[in-house]
Write a protein that binds this ligand. Structure first.
Ligand SMILES: [Zn+2]
Length: 242
């Protein structure tokens, strides 16, 4: 069986999406013996090859049930016909989005945390996403180049302090020029705390903000720091050769 319509993944109209599998069967009795059966179809777009899940419904006499559905539907699935020929109505689609890749400047040790946060957003786990972005910032303060901003004599007590809020403020106290960067980190911290303690319900927009702040943070801390070091090295080489 196949669905004809817009592919949620490549956004192309009038695509053919093959139904590969079905799941979650629910029979709702409209009036005996008529039932509406709701199912989900896992489909594959013939154009882009990506998968999407469609929620579908169909009216049946006596309804489908767990015993008779799989066998019958397996047979229908194998037939090269439009799902509409069998009375299935398409209700909505649930795209299987792929998480966004981490910015290339991110250090290897922090990448798994970013990937997990990004994967959470793709799957709608917004609380967990905010908590993971907070974890990433927490770890970033304990390693280069941020730890280098703290005078050597204070580093031990800085590392030993469990309060991320305190550590972020310490960086600004020693390096006021980092105020704006640290503010982005503080927003992530607050969202992560809310996600962990469920003081309030976070939304998808909150998780996307946390990600946008995290992207800015990574860009500033790792990419721009590396660029500045590169330019500085080139500049002092030139001064030395004069
Ligand atoms: Zn497609």
């Amino acid at each position: 069986m196949f669905i004809v319509g817009e592919c949620p993944r490549c956004a192309a109209a009038n695509q053919t999406l093959d139904v590969l599998a079905h799941t979650r069967i629910q029979n709702i009795r409209v009036r005996s013996p008529v039932y509406i059966s709701r199912l989900e179809f896992l489909t594959e777009c013939r154009s882009c090859g990506y998968g999407s899940v469609y929620s579908v419904a169909a009216k049946f006499q006596n309804g489908y049930n767990q015993e008779n559905l799989p066998g019958e539907l397996e047979e229908l699935l194998r037939q090269d016909r439009n799902v509409k020929d069998w009375g299935f109505e398409i209700l909505s689609h649930i795209p299987l989005t792929s998480p966004e890749a981490a910015p290339s400047a991110i250090p290897n040790e922090l990448e798994p945390f970013y990937n997990e946060a990004s994967g959470c957003i793709a799957n709608g786990y917004v609380h967990a996403a905010c908590v993971m972005f907070r974890k990433l910032v927490d770890l970033a303060t304990l390693r280069e180049p941020l730890i280098d901003l703290i005078p050597e004599a204070d580093r031990e007590s800085f590392r030993a302090n469990n309060s991320l809020k305190w550590r972020l403020r310490q960086i600004v106290n020693h390096q006021p020029v980092y105020e704006r960067l640290i503010r982005t980190a503080e927003y992530i911290k607050v969202l992560g705390d809310k996600g962990a303690h469920i003081e309030e319900l976070l939304t998808e927009s909150d998780a996307k903000d946390a990600k946008a702040f995290a992207d800015l943070f990574i860009q500033n801390v790792y990419f721009e720091a590396a660029r500045a070091a590169e330019i500085e090295a080139r500049h002092s080489d030139r001064l030395g050769s004069r």
